[in-house]
Design a protein around this ligand. Structure first.
Ligand code: 4AD
Ligand code: MG
Length: 464
């Protein structure tokens, strides 16, 4: 007998047929009449399937009545129309094979609601909860939509290296990759660690972004996108920062900032539509239990053009705001999360693309504007989350790029290959990075990035 996913079984209406499913027990209710109702869930969809176990089953007393929440079982039986409300299909079991018991005394996911904080401590089991199961399916849908979106538009999927010698953001927040024994490192004459003796013959790190590789390829094959993990050793314990997170980075040749903003807007809208179309039950759950404003936020993305304002306009709006921010917003300082959310949620009520930030606090590779003060940068801001996308038109002029790097104190020798791209057939180009976890927050209404990645890495936490 071919086993089916519970999602497939629930979609059937050929009552009387025999089906086999397997999964984990969500609840078991025993009726006085000598039979039991078992809710079985396999994570393939939000819903569980109801199994009716009759007292006549040979292992009813010996096994089925010992099968608590979290036990696993394989069920074969007849598909029947359910008399119960809200559920149309159930299985009248002909056999129930218990695959693994879960001791109710020690299984940590008993019926009562468990806090997200506690679930992080049992991250290996938390995907069996309604919430994390739904997050997992939405995250999957976003990943699928990402490939579909870029493939439809002629972008080539590029796998950028994870180990690199270059700091793509120039922010000095990299994890070192080394085979040097910390207890016994090779030393130079003046007593410093001799990195030339290390595995790669020079210092190496985990990448903070695939952008520089994507630029090289965009300047050869026109359009690429990366989709991979990136690593940042920034010691920020906020609800939107991870030390390891997943980023999607498209890069386009022959494109400027406005093309870039168009692409980002289309991409975000495409993903939201896809999730609305494919994860209805999950979204319904989030809207009911996690964030009441979720459907409005998602509708605002589908139905509206994103607002586009410059950084200078944003600072003006913040200056006029009738409210006290924790951080003041003065021209020249970066927008804080509270500023981003004020603009999106209170001023515009829909996503906002802020462009043309000051050169001083943005990365070396962004194209300098003619005003001498700003760069062709953009951030896409969404409700609840704030910044979800960061990108820019790239500096394609060799002399200007070299000057920016000098001002930012970067070693030109080290980036020789990146400068080569401007020496040989340079062209205008632009791209951005979207943080997958932030996109999952936005599409689920969840509050903390730690709860939307399977096993979060944050300062002092890499257990699982
Ligand atoms: O704005 P960021 O730092 O931009 C870049 O890395 C560029 N190289 C992208 C590019 O132009 N190709 O990061 C891009 C996005 C942010 O908008 C945010 O969504 C996410 O990545 N992000 C993080 N997500 C979780 N944890 C962190 N520590 C993050 N840092 C950035
Ligand atoms: Mg950014």
């Amino acid at each position: 007998m071919e086993r089916q996913l519970i999602r497939q079984a629930l979609a059937r209406s050929d009552f009387g047929s025999v089906v086999t499913v397997a999964g984990w027990v969500r609840t078991r209710r025993d009726s006085k009449g000598g039979f039991s109702f078992i809710e079985l869930n396999d994570g393939s969809c939000f819903g569980s399937i109801q199994v009716i176990a009759d007292g006549d089953l040979p292992n009813y007393e010996s096994e089925i009545l010992r099968m608590g929440i979290g036990s696993s079982a394989k069920v074969t039986g007849t598909l029947t129309e359910s008399p119960g409300q809200g559920q149309s299909v159930e299985i009248k079991a002909a056999s129930i094979e218990v695959l693994g018991f879960a001791d109710p005394e020690t299984y940590p996911l008993q019926k009562k609601r468990v806090s997200f904080e506690r679930l992080r401590e049992i991250a290996h089991l938390r995907a069996r909860t309604n919430t994390i199961g739904a997050v997992t399916r939405v995250r999957n849908a976003l990943s699928y939509a990402t490939h579909q979106f870029y493939q439809e538009r002629g972008f080539l999927y590029l796998t950028a290296p994870l180990i690199t010698a270059s700091d793509a953001e120039g922010a000095g927040e990299m994890f070192r990759v080394t085979t040097i024994d910390p207890a016994n490192p090779p030393l130079t004459a003046d007593g410093a660690v001799d990195w030339s003796e290390d595995f790669f013959g020079k210092p190496a790190f985990l990448t903070v972004s695939g952008q520089l590789s994507a630029e090289a390829y965009a300047l050869a094959v026109d359009r690429v996108y990366t989709f991979g993990p990136t690593f940042r050793a920034e010691n920020s314990n906020t609800r939107r920062h991870l030390a390891e997170f997943w980023m999607i980075e498209p890069e386009m040749a022959f494109a400027d900032l406005s093309d870039n903003a168009d692409l980002a807007e289309d991409y975000v809208r495409y993903m939201v539509r896809h999730v609305l179309n494919t994860c209805g039950d999950d979204l319904e759950f989030f809207a009911k239990w996690v964030d009441e404003s979720l459907m409005d936020s998602l509708a605002a993305v589908v139905d509206n053009q994103f607002e586009r304002i410059t950084y200078t306009e944003a600072v003006d709006l913040l200056g006029k705001a009738d409210r006290d921010f924790e951080y003041p917003s003065t021209w020249g300082s970066d927008l804080q999360a509270e500023h981003e959310r004020y603009l999106v949620e209170e001023v515009f009520g829909k996503p906002v693309i802020v462009t043309d930030f000051p050169f001083d606090f943005k990365a070396f590779y962004m194209r300098r504007n003619d005003d001498g003060k700003t760069v062709a940068a953009m951030d896409v801001l969404v409700p609840q989350v704030g910044e979800i996308v960061g990108g820019s038109q790239r500096e394609e002029r060799l002399d200007v790029l070299a000057d920016s790097m000098r001002i930012k104190g970067m070693d030109k020798e080290h980036y020789w290959w990146y400068l080569d791209l401007r020496r040989f057939g340079t062209a205008p180009h632009a791209g951005f990075g979207l943080g997958l976890e932030r996109m999952v927050l936005f599409t689920t209404g969840m509050q903390n990035v730690r709860d939307v990645i399977p096993f979060p890495r944050t300062p002092r936490n890499a257990e699982f």
